[in-house]
Write a protein that binds this ligand. Structure first.
Ligand SMILES: [Zn+2]
Length: 242
């Protein structure tokens, strides 16, 4: 299939993608979803012969795009790479200077240098480890504080809402990586919808405190469960609190 370049012509945030497609119209459709366009109207499309040779690899190397005048954004430092491989940097006084770089990657994901890619991948791996560790600790804590609950099994689909949540990243105040927002979903005997054990650093009401939320339709079942599991628990007026 030949290569096409499809551009959205947005005056404020122009976007362009290279796609491989059997025809102009299919190229527009493919590009519309990549450019987040609802429809193909307003997109311009033309053949991009020099990119044909990359069809088999399904990706155009960043170096080839730069050599043909494209500008790319580094996925690591988020700096613009232009003029075939130049990035603007800032010295300790805030003075801008240009640096020649050796970009790596493809149209799908590129970095200004191999070192920038390594740094970014290391950081992501560190965050993944942080996510796993903190979530496991929070789940253990929930089971300890609320004996009898069952942590919901891991879902792989439809996880965008109503499921476990792990968010470990740069804290806005300190700039350091830390646990930002975590949700451990659980069920308990008699529950229909279940509840969640939460930690949220950004949420004013909790500020990193642990919080237990029970689905509305499950409040009565929760109170019955807590009364049974904690015989010394006497203060019913506290509702959802353990
Ligand atoms: Zn970079």
């Amino acid at each position: 299939m030949p290569a096409f370049v499809v551009e959205d012509g947005d005056p404020y945030e122009p976007g362009a993608v290279i796609v491989f497609a059997p025809s102009d119209i299919v190229a527009r459709r493919k590009a519309a979803s990549q450019l987040d366009h609802d429809e193909i109207g307003g997109l311009s499309c033309r053949r991009l012969k020099w990119a044909d040779e990359y069809e088999e690899a399904k990706a155009v190397p960043a170096t080839a795009m730069l050599a043909h005048g494209w500008q790319l954004t580094c996925c690591g430092c988020e700096q613009l790479i232009y003029d075939g491989g130049v990035v603007a940097r800032y010295d300790e006084n805030g003075e801008e200077y240009e640096e020649d770089v050796d970009p790596v990657g493809t149209q799908h994901s590129c970095y200004c240098t191999a070192a920038c890619q390594k740094r970014d991948e290391d950081e992501q791996a560190r965050r993944k480890r942080g996510e796993r560790r903190f979530w496991n600790a929070l789940a253990r804590e929930a089971m300890c504080k609320l004996p009898g609950i069952t942590i919901e099994p891991e879902k792989t689909e439809g996880v965008w809402s109503g499921h476990h949540h792990r968010y470990f990243g740069a804290h806005s105040k300190s700039g350091r990586d830390r646990a930002l927002c975590f949700v451990v979903r659980f069920t308990f005997p008699g529950s229909k919808y279940g509840g969640s054990y939460r930690y949220d650093l950004g949420y004013e009401a909790t500020k990193g405190e642990r919080q237990i939320l029970i689905a509305n339709g499950d409040m009565a079942a929760w109170e019955a469960f807590r009364d049974n599991s904690t015989p010394t628990h006497t203060d019913k007026s506290e509702g959802a609190k353990p």
